[in-house]
Ligand binder design. Structure first.
Ligand code: SF4
Length: 421
């Protein structure tokens, strides 16, 4: 009987689930299901509990282990579930010994995540069923945005040394991966805890220099005011650094940004987008935005709606505000539920309209596509692609955009008979 890992939440969790999968196999754990949970919203936690109950009904004899941010922050809520055999913290989940079937460990093992100083160094061998590989370069966060529970699940910011990142990238390249995504919790804080304080831009530059065979490097999410000079220079010069940035924007109104304790104002976000577009005009942007943050008035919301066009955002992750117990924002005057819902819907609609404009700009252009299936993939701009001719999943194919279909670029490969290796 196999062991499955069910992943919720972010790309960092996806990377860690690969480490968990490999450790569980090495430990000889069988007939088990491991839930790697997320705590970013109350809804994410509710979904995890629902999935655990369903899993127990379908697997009465399997071992159920729960870990991830929701388990780290709220262990009792899972320990109280009769369906659950073990609850592990975010540090413990990275250690093989806690998955050994015979281990006499306690049922609940959660250490003080704020005491963790270093990232756990793991080299994964691959990424089950994925065309692109996520690599952890940083974990934790030193900021305390008023709505956010993540630092209490992940601890303070800590960085992975460059040597480990290069070794990990080499292993994945040898496995045939064509694209690597650098991920973490607050990756623009990279290096502040390392000797010489290397920046994110510096390690990106060195990584590309040390790995000439790496076709595509992508950065997961950046803080608008923490994009360093080396990252801008490398972005300008290196086409292997993908022309797509996902911004941790959260709102487009200065008063709300201040009440969120964010480090940027709306003009900072607009400025960095304009700068990146001057460096590479085909760059695309995505962003996380919260709808209905406490005290948000109609006028403040309109400022957030307007920033979609001002920053030319094509990929919007809209989070209806969800009060997280213990955060300052949960104690602020709340916006009514139906208003939050309506604002979230308007943001999503505005995001789709902007995506349509972006897609239309690519008709007739040549793009490079990383295929995730024989006919579907993503361009270097992270636009979804439908191929007119099938090709091998996991390969890079160049082609011309012939039309737009289902909000995807329809791409005809430059040479259907020859698939690029
Ligand atoms: S930067 Fe803010 S939103 Fe992001 S993880 Fe840190 S505290 Fe949370």
């Amino acid at each position: 009987m196999t062991t499955d890992v069910v992943t919720f939440g972010c790309r960092l969790n996806a990377y860690e689930s690969e480490v968990i999968r490999e450790n569980a196999q090495k430990a000889g754990l069988e007939n088990a299901i491991i839930f790697n949970t997320c705590a970013v919203t109350a809804e994410a936690e509710r979904q995890a509990r629902q999935a655990i109950r369903k899993c127990r009904r379908e697997n009465p004899h399997a071992k159920i282990i729960v870990t991830g941010c929701a388990a780290q922050i709220n262990p009792d809520s899972f320990a109280q579930m009769p369906e659950v055999d073990r609850v592990l913290g975010n540090t413990e989940k990275m250690e093989q010994k806690y998955f050994e079937p015979s281990s006499e460990h306690a049922r609940v093992i959660i250490n003080d995540i704020m005491s963790v100083q270093e990232t756990a160094e793991h080299l994964i061998a691959g990424f089950d069923g994925r065309a692109r590989a996520f690599i952890q370069v940083q974990n934790g966060c030193d900021h305390r945005c008023t709505f956010c529970i993540i630092p209490y699940g992940r601890g303070n910011s800590r960085s992975v040394p460059l040597g480990v990142i290069v070794d990990q990238s080499r292993i994945l390249l040898e496995k045939g991966f064509k694209e690597i995504v650098l991920t973490g919790v607050d990756i623009t804080a990279y290096g502040a805890d390392l000797p010489g304080k290397p920046t994110l831009g510096q390690i990106v530059k060195r990584l590309l220099a040390q790995l000439p065979e790496l076709p595509r490097l992508r950065i997961s999410s950046v803080d608008p005011v923490e994009v360093d000079q080396d990252l801008l220079l490398t972005f300008e010069r290196e086409t292997r650094l993908m022309p797509h940035f996902h911004l941790s924007l959260q709102a487009g109104d200065d008063m709300i940004l201040k009440r969120m304790k964010r480090r940027h104002l709306r003009d900072d976000a607009i400025r960095i987008c304009e700068h990146l577009r001057r460096l590479r005009p085909d760059v695309t942007f995505g962003a996380d935005i919260i709808a209905g943050f406490p005290t948000e008035t109609d006028e403040m919301f309109e400022n957030t709606l307007r920033i979609i066009e001002e920053c030319d955002l094509s990929f919007l992750h809209v989070f209806p505000y969800s009060p997280r117990e213990g955060t300052p924002a949960a104690r602020m005057p709340q916006v009514k539920g139906p208003v939050i819902k309506e604002r979230a819907a308007r943001l999503r609609e505005a995001g789709l309209q902007n995506l349509d404009k972006t897609l239309a700009r690519f008709i007739g252009r040549e793009v490079s596509v990383l295929l995730e299936t024989e006919t579907q993939g993503h361009s270097e701009h992270f636009l979804k692609v439908l191929m007119t001719h099938p090709a091998t999943p996991g390969t890079l194919v160049t082609g011309q955009v012939v039309s737009i279909k289902d909000r995807c670029l329809e791409v005809s490969p430059s040479n259907p008979s020859i698939q690029s290796s």
